[in-house]
Design a protein around this ligand. Structure first.
Ligand code: SF4
Length: 227
């Protein structure tokens, strides 16, 4: 029942959450991690009661003619056990379905795949260093499994890393890009983090052009997206 989903908000139309598609974005509450740069901290708690689907479905139904699809984001949308039912309901309405995930729940990702057309997987840092970003020990292990699932599934997906010099240096970024390319990732994108004070802004010329050119050569699609 999609009514069981914890829908915390939505954006009626976005051109940047699913590359090449015009999509509505639904935000589900709940996330097991506590990243320093989280811009959706109000979505981290899973204490919100289920609800919001019926009113939202009505508004989405009025947009089927001009939306290419719907992306489910968060928080961590796979933290909500009702996600597969929500995706199924969106498909039944005629929408293509996308998912933003940090990869914390590989088994749930595997079960959701039949209802998905595209996935954006966040790769926060080197898999062994995840705790430095998420605050949770060994949190890179499920992400590595999630990436394996996507690589073998045949589904269209991209990996994305939010960058800041406070926890990434250029040597580590080069190594991460090389590791992902060696694993078989074809589409990879970087985005500089916008952090609240007291964090300093990343320098305008960071990461450097040599590193960007080096990374660009490793993937079919690579970019540095504006924060
Ligand atoms: S995984 Fe995403 S939603 Fe969760 S704490 Fe990190 S940035 Fe915030």
């Amino acid at each position: 029942m999609p009514e069981r989903a914890r829908i915390a908000g939505w954006e009626p139309c976005s051109s940047c959450d699913w590359p090449g598609r015009l999509a509505a974005v639904l935000f589900l509450a709940g996330c097991p991690w506590r990243c320093a740069y989280c811009h959706n901290a109000h979505l981290q708690s899973a204490s919100q009661p289920p609800g919001g689907w019926l009113a939202l479905a009505e508004r989405l139904a009025a947009r089927t003619a001009f939306l290419d699809g719907v992306v489910v984001s968060g928080g961590e949308p796979l933290a909500d056990p009702a996600l597969p039912e929500l995706l199924q309901a969106l498909r039944e309405m005629g929408f293509a379905t996308g998912l933003h995930t940090g990869g914390a729940y590989p088994d749930r990702l595997q079960r959701a795949l039949p209802w998905l057309d595209w996935v954006g997987l966040d790769i926060k840092t080197a898999f062994d260093d995840y705790h430095t970003v998420t605050g949770v020990p060994r949190s890179g292990e499920p992400v590595r499994r999630s990436l394996d699932i996507l690589l073998t599934s045949g589904i269209e997906f991209e990996c994305r890393t939010t960058l800041h010099p406070a926890w990434h240096d250029e040597t580590a970024l080069a190594a991460l890009a090389a590791e992902l390319a060696a694993l078989g990732v074809k589409h990879y994108h970087w985005q500089t983090a916008r952090l609240p004070k007291p964090w300093p802004a990343a320098p305008a010329d960071w990461p450097g052009s040599l590193l960007l050119q080096q990374a660009e050569r490793l993937f079919e699609a690579f970019s540095l997206r504006a924060a």
